[in-house]
Design a protein around this ligand. Structure first.
Ligand code: IPD
Ligand code: CA
Length: 260
């Protein structure tokens, strides 16, 4: 399945490369600080048509509304046709296409394609994670001290900003460095590749996380909700780290234990 998903992601990536030169087309505001462009829709339409052709009968859930999968049971594709729309609109070259595959609530495979840097991340349950066909692994970082981390702000849920900033402050004080790059999927893939040691964000959507979390887990990472459980995909809050030990330290800092 993965080679076919990669082929589809590359085709959608060609649309993003073209739009980088010609512009995103129309731009609509879906909600607070939340945008969709003509290019998001064009990528989604392409991915939907290709998946329906290559994998008939497998339901699809996708950010911009394509597909019929609404529940969490069974097997379905979980797609973000453009993760990092705000970067894309502003000409910041950090965005990607995400095609995840979920079975019984668990992301079991995924491809994430960054068309600007021509990086194709992919993973399949039990078979490891690849970047452009070569195996990747998370870093060996086990402690928060010295860890180089990525995050995203809860800009669609301002009511949670205080909770977020309390945890943010503890992580800033305890870690080795922080970045906010604007694509949760690439934050996870870059952690899978050992570039970051970990990532956390509150209030994500399942399509932001499905493919990237499958890739990060297959690269050896520990991906949980803030309580250390499995509820991140539909709960929206995620803590992802290179190792189980760092995941625990990051959660402790975010939850206010041991650090002031
Ligand atoms: C967004 C990006 C961003 C994250 C947001 C997401 P979108 O996805 O992943 O990094 O902070 O929460 O919504 O809307 O560009 O697909
Ligand atoms: Ca998107």
């Amino acid at each position: 399945m993965n080679p076919t998903l990669e082929k589809i992601a590359r085709k959608a990536g060609d649309l993003l490369k073209k739009a980088r030169l010609e512009g995103p087309g129309w731009i609509d505001q879906k909600g607070l600080n939340d945008f969709v462009t003509e290019t998001d829709k064009a990528c989604e339409n392409l991915i939907q048509a290709e998946l329906a052709h290559d994998f008939p009968g497998i339901p699809l859930m996708s950010e911009e509304g394509a597909g019929e999968a609404t529940g969490r049971e069974g097997a379905f594709f979980l797609v973000d046709p453009l993760d990092g729309t705000n970067n894309f609109v502003h000409g910041i070259p950090i965005y990607c296409i995400c095609i995840g595959f979920v079975e019984n609530g668990r992301p079991v495979r995924g491809v994430v394609y960054d068309p600007i840097h021509e990086e194709m991340y992919s993973a399949e349950d039990g078979k490891g994670a690849l970047l452009n066909g070569s195996p990747i692994h998370t870093s060996e970082q086990t402690s928060l001290e010295g860890a180089f981390l990525a995050t995203g702000f809860p800009f669609k849920e301002m009511g949670r900003l205080d909770l977020y900033t309390r945890g943010f402050k503890r992580v800033v004080l305890g870690s080795g460095g922080l970045r906010r790059c604007g694509s949760a999927a690439l934050d996870m893939c870059w952690t899978a590749a050992g570039r970051f040691d970990g990532f956390w964000e509150l209030g994500l959507k399942p399509w932001d996380m499905a493919a990237g979390s499958a890739i990060l887990r297959e690269a050896g990472g520990s991906v949980t909700d803030p309580a250390g459980g499995e509820g991140f995909l539909f709960g929206g809050d995620i803590v992802a780290a290179a190792t189980v030990a760092l995941n625990a330290e990051l959660r402790a800092a975010l939850n206010g234990e041991n650090r002031s």
